[in-house]
Design a binder for this molecule. Structure first.
Ligand SMILES: C[S@@+](CC[C@H](N)C(=O)[O-])C[C@H]1O[C@@H](n2cnc3c(N)ncnc32)[C@H](O)[C@@H]1O
Length: 205
């Protein structure tokens, strides 16, 4: 840990993940959520103002106290009660089949064992429930993918454990989900940013 990871990374994440194109994608990711929802890696609460009216309650899992404190105003303004129920998406306290839906945005890149977290998500989703995800990850362009793998050690160091080369849709399928919707594209920006900007929004059940 340390000051950089504890104090600076949550602020950098908040800044870089609240741009207009990313917020537009977030709206797509939360569409269709309803009932009791679990959000893993709640961060600074950038989705909190976007939950549809069909959502009754959001249970948040977030290890960073700084991120949680940063989210205070957004939680207070949200139309839905948000409660912090845990610190680690790899070990959820919830009983099996507790949630109607799970939301993960820019979190499966950072959770140390994403496969384990996805197993937990499957366990706590009720039958017919869905995982909504919005994640950056491995580009289908081999040249960009090579750069992502080269950059991973540095990225892990400066971005709180985040990796660029995780293939999230593949991880989701490997965890036993069917991917029911998937849209992937680069965010707008210069070509040199492509290792960071391949983003997939999907729904899996
Ligand atoms: C890049 S930030 C994204 C935050 C937020 N999901 C968003 O969309 O803005 C990654 C988040 O994953 C969280 N995280 C890291 N390890 C985690 C774990 N084991 N379980 C749950 N969340 C974790 C971090 O604390 C951080 O809030």
């Amino acid at each position: 840990m340390g000051i950089w990871t504890d104090r600076v990374v949550p602020r950098l994440a908040d800044r870089s993940l609240s741009t207009r194109p990313v917020m537009r994608l977030r709206r797509g990711a939360v569409a269709g959520l309803g009932g009791r929802v679990l959000e893993i890696g709640f961060g600074s609460g950038l989705n909190a103002g976007l939950y549809p009216p069909e959502v009754d309650q959001v249970d948040a899992v977030e290890p960073s106290d700084v991120g949680w404190e940063m989210s205070e105003a957004r939680r207070a303004a949200a139309t839905v009660p948000v409660e912090r129920v845990g610190l680690d998406g790899q070990r959820l306290a919830a009983q099996d089949q507790t949630y109607d839906a799970v939301l993960s945005t820019f979190t499966l890149c950072t959770i140390p064992d994403a496969t384990r977290a996805l197993g937990e998500v499957r366990r706590v989703l009720r039958p017919g429930g869905a995982l909504h995800f919005l994640e950056h990850g491995l580009s289908p362009d081999p040249g960009v993918g090579r750069w992502q793998r080269r950059l991973d050690p540095l990225q892990r160091l400066v971005a709180g454990g985040c990796e660029l080369s995780r293939d999230v849709p593949t991880l989701v399928r490997a965890a036993g989900f069917d991917v029911l919707e998937l849209e992937s594209a680069y965010l707008p920006g210069p070509g040199a940013g492509r290792p960071w900007t391949w983003v997939s929004r999907g729904r899996a059940g």
